[in-house]
Design a protein around this ligand. Structure first.
Ligand code: NAD
Ligand code: XAI
Ligand code: MG
Ligand code: MG
Length: 348
């Protein structure tokens, strides 16, 4: 395992050079990897493993859109695609990729099929860390570990097809066979991770829940909306407000940050912009810090997990979700964004 220095702190990282695909194939050659659930992570992880020559099967409810998608993606009913229970029985490694709420409902069935020596794999620390709420307590004689891609399953697949890997976190919670570390590392490489960063279940879920509610998804939409509204109230047109809030960020400036960091992006803007950004960033940090503290506290107390469980376990959760997504989609800002996107060369 490589030790890399991140801003002065040494951490364990598994690289593809040290654990190449051939080693992953060799490690998994006698395993049947059962991917349970074919939503967002399921397709990315199952297809990447299939293309990487791993013996992978999919378990999904028949007569569902996800079943049809698995068929369209090349999984064959009765050969590599089964009802959930049959896949659970066949798998020696169970990749539990139902939604976090659905994992609670199916747990009694999964547990039944976790015979000695099998492995239970997650892509989140949720079910285990909050097991007082989820009831997910695995038997002692199975391995339990996670590989959590740090990005959408859609990106995992896209980056695999571009021959790039998406970074993932990994952790071992229970090593019953003495091979848990080898197994989880092999799976991490097989699903298409670029690098594997070591963590534990609790750290993974706390950081993940905070990140997606914060800068990755919740905070970014909140800040976009606030700036867009102020510009509109001050007489700017929708296109001007959208370009200055979202389009320039995603199309021009974030790719520069991704390439070489914030200081480099700043250095490639005017001295006027630099002066203003350097004056204002600490004020934005100080204004939002209390909210991030409150968010982390809610995550650590389990409140965020409970809210997800409560809302996503309801039979009508998809309909309710669609109402909220429609509110975003139909907002003036994102309708303006649709028109702005349509102007990109790849879209016209
Ligand atoms: N979505 C991502 O890109 C992403 C990224 C990293 C980690 N994760 C984690 O991966 C795991 C899977 O997440 P996902 O977003 O792919 O899940 P998802 O919400 O897309 O659902 C996955 C599958 O669960 C099935 N499902 C939902 N409710 C069900 C029920 N009541 N009974 C049976 N099946 C049901 C759906 O049909 C679908 O096939 C979660 O632990 C999640 O936190 C997801
Ligand atoms: C893709 C994300 C936001 O990183 C993941 O954590 C999820 O829950 O979907
Ligand atoms: Mg998440
Ligand atoms: Mg995440």
């Amino acid at each position: 395992m490589a030790k890399l220095n991140f801003g002065g702190v040494e951490e364990n990282v598994v690289t593809r050079e040290e654990f190449p695909l051939q080693k992953a194939q060799e490690t998994l050659k006698d395993e049947v990897v059962a991917v349970i659930g074919y939503g967002v992570q399921g397709p990315g992880q199952a297809l990447n493993q299939k293309d990487n020559g791993i013996n992978v099967i999919v378990g999904q409810r028949k007569n569902s859109k996800s079943w049809d998608k698995a068929v369209a993606d090349g999984f064959v009913p009765g050969e590599t695609l089964f009802e959930i229970e049959e896949a659970l029985q066949k798998g020696t490694i169970i990749c539990y990729l139902l939604s976090d709420a659905a994992q609670i409902e199916y747990w009694p069935k999964v547990k039944q099929h976790l015979t000695a020596g099998k492995a239970l794999y997650f892509s989140h620390g949720f079910g285990i860390t909050f097991n007082e709420r989820t009831g997910i307590v695995p038997p002692a004689d199975v391995d339990v570990f996670l590989v959590a891609p740090k990005g959408s399953g859609t990106s995992l697949r896209r980056m695999f097809l571009q021959d790039r890997g998406l970074n993932s976190s990994f952790a071992v919670y229970q090593d019953a066979t003495g091979k848990a570390r080898e197994r989880v590392t092999a799976l991490g490489i097989a699903i298409g991770s670029g690098y594997l960063f070591e963590t534990d279940f609790k750290k993974e879920v706390f950081s993940d829940l905070a990140g997606e509610r914060g800068t990755l998804m919740g905070a970014v939409q909140g800040i976009f909306a606030a700036q867009y509204d102020v510009l509109r109230k001050n007489g700017h047109s929708p296109s001007e407000a959208f370009n200055e809030t979202v389009e320039e960020l995603t199309q021009s400036l974030m790719p520069l940050v991704a390439e070489n960091g914030m200081d480099w992006m700043y250095a490639n803007c005017s001295t006027t912009a630099q002066r203003g950004a350097l004056d204002w960033w600490k004020r934005f940090r100080d204004a939002t810090s209390p909210l991030f503290e409150e968010l982390y506290d809610n995550v650590a107390k389990g409140n965020e997990a409970q809210r997800s469980i409560d809302s996503n376990s309801k039979p009508d959760y998809r309909e309710k979700l669609e109402v909220e997504l429609t509110e975003l989609r139909e907002s003036e800002m994102w309708r303006a964004g649709k028109t702005v996107r349509s102007l990109r060369p790849e879209n016209n």
